[in-house]
Design a protein around this ligand. Structure first.
Ligand code: GRF
Length: 196
């Protein structure tokens, strides 16, 4: 069996996808190891989950841009992931656009989970966009990260129904349940691939 895939996780939010990855690692269904969790939000749930799981974690001060990290900070993230010997970077609810430093250092080794069936509804609050567009089917996508917003090549998708009575929160919740299966599943497949 291959050695565990070494993951670096970046997240800004509550961390339910990180939790789903950890659950599958701990129950032996995912041959991976989270080496480091980094967040740009000091009190993000993902950091407290990391502490609960006793995974090294840290907060990086994002700098003065709203939609990306300060370039020097992104360089620090690269260094930290390199020092942690990370094979694959997982964006699990990371709310900033990844730029050159990370894209170059981890070319074809950064994946993101997005709450829509891309290429439909890239960007923010995709579940709301789906609801407003009257979609009958919504879902989530895991894709490689490139310099665009939610435009990298698609690695996997899961669909969920949109019910006529759905509120945005209910639809988002159903999509998140699908995310929690899809993301570990894609990581498992990447880990089994010969080139990573
Ligand atoms: C997910 O809905 C994901 O699709 C989006 O951000 C959310 C993160 O949720 N990119 P969590 O922090 O993993 O709970």
């Amino acid at each position: 069996m291959k050695p565990p895939l070494r993951l670096g996780v970046l997240g800004s939010g509550k961390g339910s996808n990180f939790q789903a990855i950890m659950a599958q690692i701990l129950n032996g269904r995912l041959n991976a190891e989270v080496r480091l969790v980094i967040s740009d939000v000091q009190d993000a749930g993902i950091l407290s989950y990391a502490r609960d799981f006793q995974i090294p974690s840290l907060y990086v001060q994002p700098g003065h841009f709203r939609r990306k990290l300060e370039p020097e900070v992104e360089e620090d993230v690269v260094r930290l992931f390199r020092e942690a010997d990370v094979d694959l970077v997982v964006l699990a609810g990371f709310m900033r656009i990844v730029k050159e430093p990370l894209l170059k250092a981890f070319e074809h080794r950064i994946i993101n989970i997005h709450p829509s069936l891309l290429p439909k509804f890239p960007g923010l609050e995709a579940w709301k966009q789906a609801l407003e567009a009257g979609e009958k089917i919504a879902g989530c996508t895991v894709h490689y990260v490139n310099s665009g917003i939610d435009t990298g090549s698609i690695l996997g998708q899961r669909s969920v129904p949109v019910l006529p009575t759905d509120t945005p929160e209910q639809l988002h919740h159903r999509i998140q349940e699908a995310e929690h299966e899809l993301l570990p599943d894609v990581i498992r497949k990447l880990g089994a691939a010969p080139e990573i």
